[in-house]
Design a protein. Structure first.
Length: 300
């Protein structure tokens, strides 16, 4: 009798567990701050303005629109941010100067990201002598002061967008090599990689089908932060007179042109400086958000 009761109890409890739905715990989603939305809005507006600058109702960047060093004023779009030393619209030169900063920052960052990711992927996967050689080259490039390298290239070659792209790409490649190498070494020891190797998969398949998809996300999330640093570097070179030659505007060149009139016309310096600040701040906010979302080493 006792055995019968216990059996009925076990059967009833089992049926209750089977009929009760499993508890589902929703995935934790980190809320996006208002700064991320504002940063994305600023970057989208800046990119659209730079792409369609010729279609905007603003004067060309090399045509005077008023007296020199006019202060910002309402009533005219060209005079909204004032005029520079030659009476040219500051707003127009900010918009056209965004082309230089965005092209240099994006192109140098993407090229450095591509080269560094592939080199670090190969070195971290194969290891041994190849990895030692890549590590030695990377350490040597990181030990060389970046500003000295950029100044040397700008003084040897003619200042141009191509010269800055080459120099800035050389600066960011070592950082991506080290990140890619570290992530590749971590993923190369995972079970699915060993399983693919035991099943007879070749090195190209393991590299580009198994490891690369897991490495690419944290590296790509680091790209906006690198682009922000490149924009600052481009502005520094232009400020020193080693960037884009005039009359093509650049934010660093605008700061350099207005530094002598800082006491009487501070908008000549503050307007391009704020453009650099907002762009760099937005890229850093976007990069931090992407790292938090895609970098698994930061997730708990």
């Amino acid at each position: 009798m006792t055995d019968l009761i216990s059996n009925e109890t076990i059967i009833s409890s089992t049926s209750e567990r089977e009929s009760t739905p499993a508890l589902q715990v929703p995935a934790v989603r980190k809320p996006r701050t208002i700064l991320v939305y504002l940063s994305v809005g600023w970057l989208v507006t800046l990119i659209l303005a730079a792409l369609f600058a010729n279609m905007l109702p603003i004067a060309p960047y090399d045509v005077p629109v008023g007296a020199p060093r006019l202060k910002p004023a309402w009533g005219s779009l060209d005079l909204l941010l004032g005029t520079d030393n030659f009476g040219r619209s500051e707003l127009s030169r900010i918009v056209y100067g965004a082309r230089v900063s965005l092209v240099v920052g994006t192109a140098a960052g993407v090229v450095g990201f591509t080269i560094g990711s592939l080199v670090g992927l190969v070195g971290g996967y194969f290891g041994r002598h190849l990895d030692n050689g890549i590590s030695l080259l990377t350490d040597a490039m990181l030990a060389f002061p970046p500003l000295i390298l950029l100044l040397a290239l700008a003084s040897i070659f003619e200042p141009s967008v191509t010269t800055m792209l080459i120099g800035l790409t050389m600066v960011v490649v070592p950082a991506f090599i080290r990140l890619s190498r570290a992530n590749t070494m971590a993923w190369s020891s995972r079970e699915f990689v060993r399983a693919a190797r035991n099943m007879g998969a070749g090195h190209p398949r393991i590299l580009f089908k198994e490891i690369l998809p897991n490495v690419i996300a944290p590296l790509a999330s680091y790209l906006p932060i690198v682009m922000a640093a490149l924009i600052v570097a481009e502005g520094s070179l232009s400020f020193l007179g080693l960037g884009i030659p005039p009359p093509t505007p650049s934010w660093g060149g605008m700061i350099s042109d207005g530094k002598d009139a800082l006491a009487t016309s501070p908008h000549l310096v503050f307007v391009p400086a704020l453009a650099i600040f907002f762009t760099v701040f937005a890229l850093n906010q976007l990069g931090d958000h992407l790292r938090t979302r895609f970098d698994k080493s930061l997730q708990h």
